[in-house]
Design a protein around this ligand. Structure first.
Ligand code: MN
Length: 317
């Protein structure tokens, strides 16, 4: 599939690179890294990156070029990074592309694109882009650039939590090492990723005081609208707290219920049993150890907690 994708890229002179909405470092890193690699190694091509800019990650990457240039051309290629299903793609014009390439490491939710490369063993889509780059280097003499290396390394760091999550494999480290040869500052990336606003640190204090830990090893935290308002924190910003008590001894899986106008946003994490099937049963999905869902009312909140307890009871480490 890597060869097929490289051949596809070669055939198009106008390429739009997409990723999922509400981008994380891997979405921006794989998107921007792919764009930088193509632009450097195929300078005659027009490449643009599409999606809403994410202010909290603007130090990492901002979108380059206009999506209109894609539809203004006779034909173009859309490369979609880190996005399991088409509903989550940030942008619309990819639908007009002559050819769509999917590159992703999430469990397959929706099969799309003429070329689809899904590797659930990869820590991140950024890791896959470095893997793709190695093939391109071998077969077509591609070079890495410092900017691509910085973005792709950042994506791996984001999705592996600085190489500490269980998705970190020997391959992850080997491919990250390819990026680390370049002269960007990884310490600066670590600092920018893991610094928090004071208001978040204060709310974290309240979460640490209030979360509940069940005998089964299920941690439950609630963020009410009142709490978010009191600390002036948006629902999206509150996602930074999801691992705030993950180091608690005896904890196997945990959940944050974030009160919204109509329902609860549910953030599920685990260091024991897989929990993505629980997310899928509650209007969500994601990875075995990190998923998101929705709960319509307190009854569904309780159902999620019970299902997590069940998963932890059945889990043998
Ligand atoms: Mn990812």
């Amino acid at each position: 599939m890597k060869q097929t994708i490289l051949q596809t890229i070669e055939r198009y002179s106008v390429i739009g690179i997409y990723r999922h909405e509400k981008p994380d470092p891997d979405a921006l890193g794989s998107q921007g890294g792919m764009a930088a690699l193509i632009q450097h190694n195929c300078p005659e091509k027009t490449v643009c990156t599409v999606g809403e800019d994410e202010p909290s990650l603007s130090f990492l990457a901002e979108m380059q070029g206009e999506e209109e240039t894609l539809t203004a051309s006779d034909s173009f290629l859309a490369v979609i990074c880190d996005t399991a299903n088409t509903d989550r793609i940030d942008g619309q014009r990819w639908k007009d592309a002559d050819h769509v390439v999917k590159i992703d490491h999430h469990p397959e939710v929706e099969i799309y694109g003429q070329d689809s490369w899904v590797n659930t063993n990869a820590s991140s889509t950024s890791e896959m882009i470095i893997d793709l780059f190695l093939s391109a280097r071998e077969e077509k003499g591609w070079d890495m650039t410092t900017e691509a290396a910085r973005l792709l390394y950042a994506g791996i760091v984001g999705d592996t939590g600085r190489f500490q999550f269980s998705n970190t494999t020997p391959q992850t480290l080997e491919l990250a090492a390819e990026a680390l040869r370049f002269s960007f500052d990884p310490t600066e990336l670590f600092t920018r990723f893991y610094e928090s606003d004071e208001k978040l640190v204060r709310l974290k204090g309240e979460v640490l005081q209030q979360f509940e830990l069940s005998p089964e090893g299920v941690g439950v935290a609630r963020l009410t609208k009142e709490m978010l308002e009191r600390y002036d924190i948006s629902i999206n910003e509150s996602s930074a707290l999801v691992n705030s008590f993950s180091e608690t001894k005896g904890l196997k899986a945990w959940v944050f219920f974030v009160e919204q106008d109509e329902n609860y946003r549910v953030r599920l994490r685990s260091k024991g049993p897989a929990i993505h099937h629980i997310a899928a049963a509650h209007d969500g999905g994601g990875h075995p150890m990190a998923s998101g869902a929705k709960a319509v009312d307190e009854q569904e909140v309780q159902a999620v907690i019970q299902e997590l307890k069940e998963a932890c009871r059945n889990y043998e480490a």
